[in-house]
Design a protein around this ligand. Structure first.
Ligand code: SF4
Length: 78
């Protein structure tokens, strides 16, 4: 899955939402989240993010690893 990280907080540009072919990017209170089970790893969202908040799960920088769990937890609370 792809993961949205720190840079999205309070930005929520949503350019990624328009690009996602399976509509698996959802809006939270302060950032957007990618549903880990619905994402098909197409990568379309990554280059359109103006703040470069999106990474493939294996490429998330160490300091933002917690955002993988934040994405998972966002959907477990729904
Ligand atoms: Fe959607 Fe593709 Fe981005 Fe996954 S990688 S969130 S399927 S645009």
């Amino acid at each position: 899955t792809y993961v949205i990280t720190e840079a999205c907080v309070d930005v929520l540009d949503k350019a990624c939402i328009d690009e996602c072919p399976v509509d698996c990017i959802y809006e939270g209170e302060r950032m957007l989240y990618i549903h880990p089970d619905e994402c098909v790893d197409c990568g379309a969202c990554e280059p359109v993010c103006p703040v470069e908040a999106i990474y493939y799960e294996d490429d998330v920088p160490d300091k933002w690893k917690d955002y993988y769990n934040a994405n998972v937890e966002f959907f477990s609370d729904l």
